[in-house]
Design a protein around this ligand. Structure first.
Ligand SMILES: [Zn+2]
Length: 416
């Protein structure tokens, strides 16, 4: 089986110009003693907004790996695919994020719950799992509630998994199952249930992306109760270790944290927990790199800064349209958004100060940052004009991409 390494980072490269700068961050981690496997991810949503094809992600990953002599594994992730969108990813990808969030709560055949309950009597009563903060105590109606919530999602994951396995061979890809883009978080007990059901369906899942408690907004820090997050995260790790043995799932099965970039307040918690549990982790990031491109343009000044300002001005006029596909994963306070005229008067330092994720900087503006985060469509519509500016500003752009990924992400989470 193609096996994902213990520590891995999902990197997003919206315009396929930063693969080298991203890989350099993994090289820095390797040099510091942490092997972090790069996975280039791009969702169908991103491809559709930008007008790109999955083959372009493979091509730029291959080129970066060759140019920088990266000899460890690397992967290309078909991010958030479903049955109807997986086809065009089959050739270029060796990692598939099977998104079944929309199937949660969908109806299932009447006998499905009964079949599950008969097969898994251990779910009824009290189940004490080593490392889980409190034993799970469940009644038949709890099992029925959880089953009716998740069995359809698991069935759909299985259908997508089998489609990929038919096309590629079951040993030739890494499967992730994601349920993060939904309103309600999954509890550790629900995670256990989902893993059991995936095992029943023969899905060889290597990473699982639940929705955690708290807000995982795009490009900004975690919002929520840190102590509660820690308990839930540690419980999830213990559930996974148990499920691997109990349900004979792949030994490297690990958590995948989506919208994982910029969650600075929980990195120390996650780092300590995975170390103590000897667990792996996949941290999925995407838009944080695009934001560093805009920072690089602004930092360069002149035409680069002018383009960064134009991107913001346009994003502001199209705010509702740009935000709609990301409604569950952004929290923008419109009253905190500066006018385009105000931004036009900003210096490079003011612009990068507002955009760069440095919470200690009083100029930092998380609403401004989140709007630019979802504003990549504006740059996509600029086409060659934007790409040309990326090349002109390459030194500042790539420096910011590498520094952001290594110093603010890989280092606090995986190194040391
Ligand atoms: Zn996700």
């Amino acid at each position: 089986m193609l096996t994902l390494g213990k520590y891995s980072v999902g990197v997003g490269d919206r315009f396929a110009h930063q693969a080298k700068a991203q890989l350099r961050a993994c090289q820095l981690a390797a040099k510091a003693g942490a092997e972090v496997i790069p996975v280039w991810n791009k969702s169908n949503r991103e491809h559709t907004i930008i007008g790109s094809e999955p083959g372009s992600v493979r091509a730029s990953a291959d080129a970066a790996v060759k140019e920088l002599n990266w000899t460890k594994p690397y992967h290309v992730d078909a991010d958030h695919i479903r049955l109807e969108t997986v086809d065009r990813f089959l050739a270029a990808s060796d990692f598939f994020t099977i998104d079944v969030a929309d199937s949660i709560g969908q109806p299932i055949p009447a006998n499905a719950v009964k079949i599950f309950a008969t097969r898994h009597p251990e779910f009824l009563g009290t189940l004490a799992i080593p490392g889980v903060s409190a034993p799970f105590t469940t009644t038949a109606s709890d099992v029925e509630r959880v089953a009716s919530k998740y069995l359809k999602a698991v069935k759909d994951a299985s259908a997508i998994y089998n489609k990929i396995a038919w096309a590629k061979g079951s040993d030739n890809f890494i499967a992730e199952v994601s349920m993060d883009e939904t309103d309600a978080p999954q509890s550790p007990f629900e995670l256990l249930f989902i893993l059991a059901a995936l095992s029943n369906e023969g899905v060889r899942v290597q990473t699982i992306a639940p929705k955690f408690t708290g807000r995982f907004n795009k490009g900004v820090d975690y919002v929520g109760d840190l102590a509660q997050f820690e308990t839930e995260f540690r419980d999830d790790l213990a559930v996974i270790a148990f499920a691997v043995k109990q349900f004979r799932l792949p030994a490297n099965l690990k958590l995948s944290v989506h919208s994982g970039s910029d969650k600075f307040s929980i990195y120390p918690i996650m780092k300590k927990a995975i170390r103590e549990a000897d667990a792996g982790l996949h941290l999925k990031t995407a838009g944080t790199t695009w934001l560093e491109e805009v920072i690089g343009l602004a930092e360069t000044g002149g035409d680069g800064l002018a383009m960064a300002k134009a991107i913001y001005a346009k994003a502001l006029t199209k705010k509702d349209e740009l935000c709609a596909p990301y409604a569950t994963v952004i929290d923008i306070d419109a009253s905190k958004l500066p006018t385009a005229d105000a931004v036009n008067d900003w210096s490079a330092e003011q612009f990068t100060g507002a955009l760069r994720h440095d919470q200690a900087n009083p100029q930092f503006n998380s609403s401004f940052r989140q709007l630019v985060h979802v504003g990549f469509k504006v740059a996509a519509q600029m086409g060659e004009q934007y790409l040309g500016m990326l090349r002109t500003c390459e030194p500042a752009v790539s420096r910011n991409v590498t520094t952001n990924l290594y110093d603010r992400h890989l280092k606090p989470l995986f190194v040391g």
